[in-house]
Design a protein. Structure first.
Length: 85
């Protein structure tokens, strides 16, 4: 029987996203950790309350995180999900 830990595509993607956290602004990194990676995930309502964000400000953080992560992934040579799996 093989007791080796199997790394799933989801685990690999989460690890890749975690590796980008230091390059993000504090609120962006917190958003990724709390709302995407953490279990149980923090709801958007609770995240915005914790960070005192208006709906508009939360929307901006969400948009900015996606653009920043895309740029960071591109710098790592990842241009599509197929590059990961």
């Amino acid at each position: 029987m093989n007791n080796a830990v199997q790394v799933t595509d989801e685990d690999e993607m989460a690890g890749l996203i975690r590796s980008c956290l230091p390059a993000l602004e504090t609120i962006e990194a917190a958003f990724v950790r709390d709302c995407w990676l953490r279990e149980p995930k923090v709801t958007l309502k609770n995240f915005s309350r914790t960070w005192s964000l208006s709906a508009k400000a939360l929307s901006e953080v969400r948009k900015r995180v996606l653009v920043r992560l895309k740029d960071l992934m591109t710098k790592k040579g990842i241009t599509s999900i197929a590059d990961i799996v």
